[in-house]
Design a protein around this ligand. Structure first.
Ligand code: Q9C
Ligand code: ZN
Length: 403
């Protein structure tokens, strides 16, 4: 299996975060990816590392608003120019629905945009978001890794179809920062750009030929990767591919849910600890809206009582027995692959999820369950914080798929 990886993802390295009143070392650390990289390197017969290509900002702007991307790419420099501390680009005052009733949202936005702290309050929603001088570089690279994964997946599917041997196709985008807590215009939960959403739209909007034409060597140039009125993408008029997102990160992917909430061409399924971070979303009542109604499936699980068997039972049932999922008949599967369900996770974890083979079985379900069988799968790295364990957990999911 090809794994897309770049050392530039390690450059985003904030010194600390503030969680529940405690200042502690930034949990979403570069060591996480390095640990996974080491594990896959030790299995050269199964895994093969490739470098990301560059598909420009255009596919990112297909998900995220231009002013938000401009914020992500400029906030660090603007903060430092104001003489604020370089190692703590963190929010101070966050916009809050209950606090805006007397204010015209447009006015508050204009005023807030004048200062770095104001901008942080508009575009960031928690204290797990901190910018360093290299955050935008790592974020841009992370998204390009996911895009490269999408491109490679179509290439592989094309090659396997030509051989007509029914080979399953899968690619693993080994990237950070993660993405599923970010929506079109706000960052949180260690997430800046929603890598899964960006690759889903890319798979829907571009053909393999168009991806081939766009693909360039990745040479990060901060000037070129800052928004300056990028051209809008040209959409091909073929029928839209149907994509099923299976989010197995411990946390509810509130950003991904939001981005596709009214979209019937993307079925979002999430299994997550509940109630827990991000606290305000993830209930079974959130089923999508408008055309997208019915195409959002939340499976909240009690983190204190969920065991390996219970977890696998829920995943099996949704992928094998749920009528909406069967009828959806996805063309492609995108797995938001969090590894923070593991019982020892320092910030998450299901108490009873203790068997590494559960991860192998998750990979197997994504290969063989009736709603996934025969479909290509793009695995995209999300959370997971048991640094020394992550390599093993990631390998077991992927091996469960390969086997
Ligand atoms: N300082 C992912 O697993 N924890 N994100 C609260 C506030 C945030 C987890 C931090 C947990 C986010 C991708
Ligand atoms: Zn998570």
């Amino acid at each position: 299996m090809d794994i897309v990886y770049s050392e530039d993802c390690a450059l985003h390295d904030p010194p600390f975060e503030l969680t529940r009143g405690v200042v502690k070392p930034y949990v979403e650390s570069p060591a996480r990816l390095e640990s996974i990289k080491k594990a896959v390197d030790s299995q050269p017969d199964q895994f093969h590392i490739i470098s990301p290509r560059d598909y420009s900002l255009t596919p990112i702007l297909n998900v995220h608003k231009e002013d938000y991307i401009k914020f992500l790419s400029t906030i660090y420099d603007d903060w430092v120019k104001e003489g604020l501390p370089k190692d703590a680009v963190m929010g101070e005052c966050f916009t809050h629905l209950n606090n805006l009733s007397q204010v015209d949202p447009d006015i508050i936005k204009e005023t807030a945009l004048m200062t770095p702290s104001g901008r942080m309050g508009i575009y960031v929603y928690d204290l797990s978001i901190a910018f360093t001088s290299k955050t935008w570089l790592s974020t841009y690279t992370s998204a390009q890794i996911a895009l490269t994964g999408a491109h490679k997946l179509l290439e592989l599917q094309d090659a396997n179809n030509k051989k007509a041997n029914g080979n399953a196709s899968a690619i693993y985008a080994l990237c950070r920062p993660p993405g599923h807590h970010a929506n079109c215009c706000v960052a949180g939960g260690y997430c800046f750009v929603n890598n899964a959403a960006v690759s889903v739209k890319f798979l829907q909007d571009y053909s393999l030929e168009e991806m081939n034409a766009m693909s360039k060597p990745l040479e990060f140039d901060p000037k070129k990767t800052t928004v300056t009125g990028e051209p809008k993408p040209t959409l091909s008029d073929k029928p839209k591919k149907k994509i099923m997102i299976v989010d197995v990160d411990y946390h509810h992917g509130n950003g991904t849910q939001d981005i596709f909430y009214d979209d019937q061409s993307v079925l979002y399924i999430s299994l997550h600890g509940y109630p827990d971070y991000p606290f305000f979303t993830g209930s079974t009542k959130e089923i999508g809206k408008g055309q997208g109604q019915g195409y959002n499936i939340n499976i909240p699980l009690n983190p204190k009582t969920t065991t390996d068997a219970i977890y696998l039972d829920h995943l099996t049932r949704v992928l094998q027995e749920n009528q909406t999922v069967q009828d959806f008949d996805a063309d492609i599967i995108v797995c938001s692959m969090g590894l923070d369900t593991w019982h020892e996770d320092p910030i998450a974890g299901m108490k009873g999820l203790k068997d590494v083979e559960t991860y192998f079985k998750i990979g197997g379900l994504l290969r063989n369950s009736s709603s996934c069988k025969g479909r290509p799968v793009l695995f995209i790295q999300e959370g997971g914080y048991t640094v020394e364990k992550l390599g093993q957990l990631a390998c077991r999911i992927l091996q469960g798929y390969i086997d």
